[in-house]
Design a protein around this ligand. Structure first.
Ligand SMILES: Nc1nc2c(c(=O)[nH]1)N[C@H]1C(S)=C(S)[C@@H](COP(=O)(O)O)O[C@H]1N2
Ligand SMILES: [Mo]
Length: 371
């Protein structure tokens, strides 16, 4: 009788399990819902035109991932600090990091390649550096600002004892095992020990979301996103220069490894945008590196420049929201914006093309059709 209960052959179950597992893996680039974003490979571009609050909520915060987000168990998480320039190798748990003085800093993180499609869309220059097309094709949405909380990297490294001969600190992400994901990018010891550089445990007051590096990520204000290593697994403190393809090929401009961000302003409108012929409150975000924004100007077509209103507090490591009111005549227009920071730096008329199409910060002629 029992022979009547017919099970499928074992290989059927193995096959089904395989399919479920594979789909599970395939769908696991991110933990957050991609609904608010434009997926670009393993990255998620924010809908820049929908960003309204000065602090970007996690549900709208872009994700730049070389591979899939890593799920790390916070209880068994360990951070190792090693290298030829530490006094002793130490292994720390999350509680050790929480026991150190916590600092909160409001800072923008922006992918070095954000706005790179504007080289094509505005200047007509092709941006495909390599045949695989590895460069993420961001328009405006590879940027966000959050309040980051955690211990200073300097305080964490002090637990291992930093020797005077230390020159470089290289964090490694736990996605190291995924192909192409050896995100080890060395910081000069000065930036690693700077007071603004922290190990982020919280984002906007909540525990760091998985896609943003839970439980521990680098927060390197003013520097391009690649330094903001997520899921930090270990830190190598070295007296010798650490170089790899990121420092020597991928993030290079004018023969130098890219470090700091540059000054930019961009409008929260789709690119290109369509508007009705009514009065509109147009907003955008302007940011620099290590300096607050002092002034933003805007202009339509060939009209003179006018001053935009600053709608939030300008911050050293953060962006400022700006806005102006505009009613356009029916037809095609361009609106341009340009920002100045406290040091008097401003945007160039045109961004300088470079092999990695990095750091686009030209004055953007944002195309708008009024109907
Ligand atoms: N471990 C790891 N850290 C990483 C990356 C990555 O792929 N793996 N991407 C980097 C890049 S290129 C950027 S721009 C920022 C983006 O941070 P976000 O995804 O939290 O917005 O994370 C950086 N940290
Ligand atoms: Mo990035």
């Amino acid at each position: 009788m029992s022979r009547q209960i017919q099970w499928f052959p074992a290989r059927t179950y193995v096959f089904c399990a395989h399919i479920v597992f594979t789909i599970g893996i395939r769908m696991a680039h991110w933990q957050k819902s991609p609904g608010n974003f434009t997926p670009l490979g393993t990255s998620l571009e924010a809908e820049f035109h929908r960003l309204e609050s000065v602090l970007t909520p996690a549900e709208q915060f872009f994700v730049c991932n070389a591979g899939d987000s890593v799920v790390v168990d916070p209880a068994s998480y360990r951070l190792k600090i090693k290298g030829d320039a530490v006094e002793r190798v130490v292994t720390l748990g999350l509680d050790d990091l929480k026991a150190l003085p916590q600092h909160t800093i409001t800072a923008v993180v922006e992918c070095a390649g954000n706005q790179r499609t504007l080289f094509e869309k505005v200047d007509g220059i092709s941006i495909s550096r390599d045949s695989q097309g590895d460069d993420v094709k961001w328009t405006l949405g590879g940027v966000g600002m959050a309040e980051w909380t955690g211990p200073r990297l300097a305080d964490v490294l002090a637990l291992a004892g930093v020797q005077p001969k230390a020159k470089w600190v290289a964090p490694m992400g736990l996605d190291v095992l995924n192909p192409e994901c050896d995100i080890e990018i060395p910081l000069p010891v000065e930036k690693a020990l700077a007071p603004e550089t922290i190990l982020g445990l919280k984002m906007n007051g909540a525990p760091l979301p998985i896609d943003h590096g839970a439980p521990v990520r680098m927060v390197v204000p003013g520097w391009v996103g690649t330094y903001w290593v997520k899921w930090v697994g270990w830190l190598t403190v070295s007296s010798r220069e650490i170089r790899n393809y990121r420092t020597d090929e991928y993030y290079v401009m004018d023969g130098k490894t890219v470090t700091e961000q540059n000054i930019k302003s961009s409008l929260c409108l789709p690119f290109p945008a369509a508007l009705s012929a009514d009065q509109h409150q147009i907003t955008g975000f302007a940011r620099s590196s290590g300096q607050p924004i002092e002034r933003v100007e805007w202009k339509v077509d060939d009209e003179p420049w006018s001053k935009a209103e600053l709608l939030s507090e300008p911050l050293q490591w953060g962006w400022v929201r700006f806005g102006f009111s505009w009613k356009g005549e029916v037809g095609a227009h361009t609106i341009r914006t340009r920002a100045w920071d406290k040091l008097g730096r401003t945007q160039p008329e045109k961004a300088k093309m470079n092999p990695g199409s990095l750091l686009y910060n030209g004055i953007i002629p944002h195309p708008i059709t009024v109907r």
